[in-house]
Write a protein that binds this ligand. Structure first.
Ligand code: IPM
Ligand code: MG
Length: 366
């Protein structure tokens, strides 16, 4: 029996509800495919501020360090939104990213035909879109220093710094090429090279690495044009690799292609190797959605789809990952629909459907 250890950080808002469904799905897949996951539950975000005065307690970070992967729900909510507060739930996300060196954020977006009505895009525009946004996650404006506020000669001043080192750019761009090789062989590198020095180095690195990946066709694109084209011709894209803030913005925008933020899964991969793959943190993109928390109506599919990536990338459980992906696809095709997709169903109906699919797979001899 294979054993894996996953740090389990449900967090705030709808985090606990969607994580609970995802955990049950993984446990069911484990029974089917012969592995056991030990879930090490820890506090994070607002609930950790309430309990310990710290959104990312040392015990939480330790649990992540000794695990093969991390499953995270969401952090934040109105209770902790005071702009003058000295600690904020979101600090935990940035802390995890830098402490665990989670430099590569994968956000897949697909246009399922069954969700044509949920997307604001016309069906013929979104048809066939299948994009992997690869966002650099530990550099750029999020972490550059100096950062902050000061007053000089009575005038208030603020500064943020967009900084990258060449190795930081190389490792994310290299991964972009590798992912494109495994997919349809097209890489779009998104930058703002007509204005930013960081983007000019980024372009240089892409051009230097390209000859090592002859099977990949590369294009450079400016971020403002891409913000338009990703909605005007989404089917054009395969892998998009870009810096931290550009990726943050484009990935939320791209959720409109799928039809709901409630479907957007993510993987944040680190540098450390696990027994069967690469250490990473997996979370839905949607956040804590406080207005619907505790009502049992949240869509758990983004979290479940995130655990499929967890199984694949960090635990090396490829068959289980395929089964979970297939169950999520089936749920999207003809399963229960939660409110974000215009349906009347609750999270538990979705859970029942997914568990039924994994269980049905169980009856077919492996
Ligand atoms: C995301 C979120 C975070 C980010 C926030 C909550 C800090 O928007 O994961 O995309 O900006 O990275
Ligand atoms: Mg974001």
């Amino acid at each position: 029996m294979r054993r894996h250890r996953v740090a389990y950080l449900p967090g705030d808002g709808i985090g606990p509800e969607v994580c609970d469904v995802a955990r049950r799905v993984v446990d069911a897949a484990g029974e089917r495919f012969g592995f056991v996951v030990t879930w090490d539950e820890q506090r994070i975000g607002g609930e950790a501020i309430d309990a310990h005065g710290n959104p990312l307690p040392a015990a939480t970070l330790d649990a992540c360090r000794s695990a093969d992967a991390v499953l995270l729900g969401a952090v934040g909510g109105p209770k902790w939104d005071d702009p003058s507060a000295s600690v904020r739930p979101e600090d935990a996300l940035l802390g995890l990213r830098s402490e665990l060196e989670l430099f590569a954020n994968l956000r897949p977006v697909r246009a399922h035909d069954a969700l044509a009505d949920a997307s604001p895009l016309r069906p013929e525009i979104r048809a066939g879109a299948d994009i992997l946004i690869l966002r650099e996650l530990t550099g750029g404006l999020y972490f550059g220093r100096p950062q902050g506020r000061s007053t000089e000669d009575g005038v208030e001043r603020v500064v943020d710094t967009l900084a990258y080192t060449r190795p930081e750019i190389e490792r994310i761009v290299e991964l972009g090429f590798e992912l494109a090789e495994e997919r349809r062989g097209h890489l779009t590198s998104v930058d703002k090279a007509n204005v930013l020095a960081s983007s000019r180095l980024w372009r240089e690195v892409v051009n230097e690495l390209a000859p090592r990946h002859p099977a990949v066709s590369v294009e450079h694109a400016l971020v403002d044009a891409t913000a338009y084209l990703i909605l005007a011709q989404p089917a054009h894209y395969d892998v998009i690799v870009t810096e931290n803030l550009f990726g943050d913005i484009l990935s939320d925008e791209a959720a409109a292609i799928a039809g709901s933020l409630g479907l957007m899964a993510s993987a944040s991969l680190g540098t450390r190797s696990t027994d069967a793959g690469r250490f990473g943190l997996y979370e839905p993109v949607h956040g804590s959605a406080p207005s619907i928390a505790g009502q049992g109506i949240a869509n758990p599919l983004a979290t479940v789809a995130s655990t499929a990536m967890l199984l694949r990338w960090s635990l090396g459980e490829t068959d289980a990952a395929d089964a979970v992906d297939a169950a999520v696809d089936a749920a999207i095709e003809d399963g229960p629909r939660t409110g974000d997709l215009g349906g009347p169903d609750g999270s538990e109906a979705v859970a029942g459907f997914l568990l039924g699919r994994i269980g049905a797979a169980m009856e077919i001899p492996a």
